[in-house]
Design a protein around this ligand. Structure first.
Ligand code: UD1
Length: 368
C-alpha cells in the first residue's frame, strides 16, 4: 500500500511525525513524504524534521510563498506530476493549510482516495483561509479522521455519511506526549534566563490579527500593559515580523522592556517554553490543544475557535482582541485565578495507531 503523505507548513510536520512512525511498523505500507515547500526557512521546516525524527522528504516541490491563488495553484501543478509518477493507493493530508486543500483536490480528481487527518473542525468563520480549506478538504475526502466530538457533529450536520468518519483522537498530542520529557530537558529556559512560571508566552500570526494595522496596534497596546506585570516571551512568526516592520511598530515594541521578541524556536524549545509558562496568549489552533494537555492556561486572541473542546473541558478561553478583555483575563491569571481543565477523549498518544489500523483495514477491504 503506497501512501503519499503531504506536508507543507509548520504544524503539518508535528502531525505527520507519529503517522510516519506508525506506518513504518507495517511492511505492507510504503509511506512517501511529499513536502510542498509552503514553509521553507530552516526554523520553520528542517528544524522540525530534525526534532521530530521525520525522515527527509522523498519529494520536495519547493513552492514557497505567494498569494493564496498562486501558492495553491503551484502546489497543484507540482503535485499532479507526483501522482502521475508515483501512482499511490492513497493520499494523506493533515490540517487546514493551503498544501492540504491543494493536494486533496488534485488527488480526488485523479481518482486516488484521500484521507484527511483533523477533519470536521469548524470555526464558522469563512474570513479565515483555513476554514475554507477545511470545508473543501472534508467535502472531497474519503476517510475523515476526527480529533474531537465537535468534528463528528459538524460533519453530520453537513450530510457526510457516517461510514466515512472515524473518531480517532489527536495526532498532535501523540507528538506532544512522546517529546514532552525531551522538551523539558532542553536548555531553552536557561538560555533565555527564565525561571519556570515567571513568564507568559505569546504567539501571533493570524492574518486577521497581524495583517490589519489597527488589530495589531490593539493587541500590542494590551501587551504594553501586561509586560509591566509579567515578562512576555514572543517568538515571532516571519509573517508577523514583516508586518511589524511594515507598520513601523518596531520602535514602540523596543520601548517595552518586558516584551522579549525572539526568533521562531524549534519544536522542542517551544514545547519546553509552553510547559513552564504561567500562561499562554495565542491565535494559533494547535497551541490551544497543546496547552489543554499540558494544563497551562491559554487565552485565545480570536473571536472563535474551531477546537471547542479546549474551551468546554480544557484550559482555553477565547477572548477576542478587545484590549480591555485581554487585560482583564491576563490580570486574573497573574493573580492566580486559573481555569482547571481536563483532557479530551482519545488525546492519549495513540491517535496515529488508530488511524493506521483503520487505513489497513479499510483499504484491504476496498481491494477485496
Ligand atoms: C500558514 C497557514 C496557517 C498556519 C501557519 C502556521 C495557510 C493558508 N496558512 O500561515 O494556517 O497556521 O502556516 O505557521 O496555509 N514566510 C517566511 N518563511 C517561511 C514561511 C513563510 O518568511 O518559511 C513568510 C513569507 O513572507 C510568507 C508569510 O510568511 O509570505 C506567510 O506564509 P504562509 O505559508 O503563506 O502563511 P502563514 O501565515 O505561515
Amino acid at each position: 500500500m503506497k501512501i503519499i503523505n503531504v506536508v507543507g507548513a509548520r504544524p503539518n510536520f508535528v502531525k505527520i511525525s507519529p503517522l510516519i512512525e506508525e506506518m513504518n511498523k507495517f511492511s505492507q505500507i510504503e509511506p512517501i513524504i511529499v513536502h510542498t515547500g509552503q514553509h521553507y526557512d530552516y526554523s520553520m521546516s528542517k528544524q522540525f524534521f530534525q526534532d521530530l525524527n521525520i525522515p527527509d522528504p522523498d519529494i520536495h516541490l519547493e513552492i514557497g510563498s505567494g498569494s493564496h491563488a498562486i501558492q495553491t495553484a503551484k502546489i497543484m501543478m507540482g503535485f499532479e506530476k507526483v501522482l502521475l509518477q508515483e501512482k499511490p493507493d492513497l493520499t494523506l493530508v493533515v490540517g487546514d493549510v493551503n498544501s492540504t486543500i491543494a493536494c486533496a483536490l488534485v488527488s480526488t480528481k485523479m481518482h486516488i482516495p484521500v484521507a484527511h487527518v483533523e477533519a470536521g473542525l469548524r470555526s464558522e468563520d469563512k474570513g479565515m483561509p483555513e476554514e475554507i480549506n477545511r470545508i473543501l478538504t472534508d467535502a472531497i475526502s474519503d476517510y475523515l479522521f476526527v480529533s474531537e466530538v465537535s468534528g463528528i457533529n459538524n460533519l453530520l450536520h453537513e450530510g457526510v455519511p457516517t461510514k466515512k468518519m472515524f473518531f480517532v483522537g489527536n495526532v498532535m498530542i501523540d507528538t506532544l506526549l512522546k517529546y514532552k520529557r525531551q522538551a523539558e530537558e532542553t536548555n531553552v529556559l536557561k538560555n533565555l534566563g527564565l525561571e519556570s512560571n515567571d513568564y507568559c508566552l505569546l504567539t501571533l500570526h493570524r492574518p486577521s490579527n497581524v495583517d490589519d494595522r489597527d488589530g495589531l496596534k490593539n493587541i500590542l497596546g494590551a501587551l504594553e500593559e501586561i509586560q509591566r506585570n509579567i515578562l512576555v516571551i514572543f517568538p515571532v512568526h516571519p509573517r508577523t515580523r514583516t508586518k511589524i516592520q511594515g507598520f513601523e511598530m518596531q520602535g514602540w515594541i523596543d520601548q517595552m522592556k518586558g516584551l522579549r521578541l525572539i526568533h521562531p524556536v524549534s519544536y522542542l524549545e517551544f514545547l519546553g517554553l509552553m510547559s513552564k509558562a504561567q500562561f499562554v496568549l495565542t491565535d494559533s489552533g494547535g497551541i490551544q490543544e497543546e496547552t489543554t494537555v499540558l494544563g497551562i492556561p491559554c487565552l485565545t486572541l480570536r473571536e472563535n475557535t474551531e477546537r471547542p473542546v479546549t474551551v468546554e473541558i480544557g484550559t482555553n478561553i477565547v477572548i477576542g482582541i478587545d484590549q480591555k478583555r485581554i487585560l482583564e483575563e491576563s490580570k486574573k491569571l497573574i493573580n492566580g485565578d486559573k481555569k482547571q481543565g481536563a483532557i479530551p477523549k482519545y488525546w492519549d498518544g495513540n491517535a496515529a495507531g488508530r488511524i493506521v489500523e483503520i487505513l489497513l483495514r479499510e483499504i484491504s477491504n476496498e481491494a477485496c
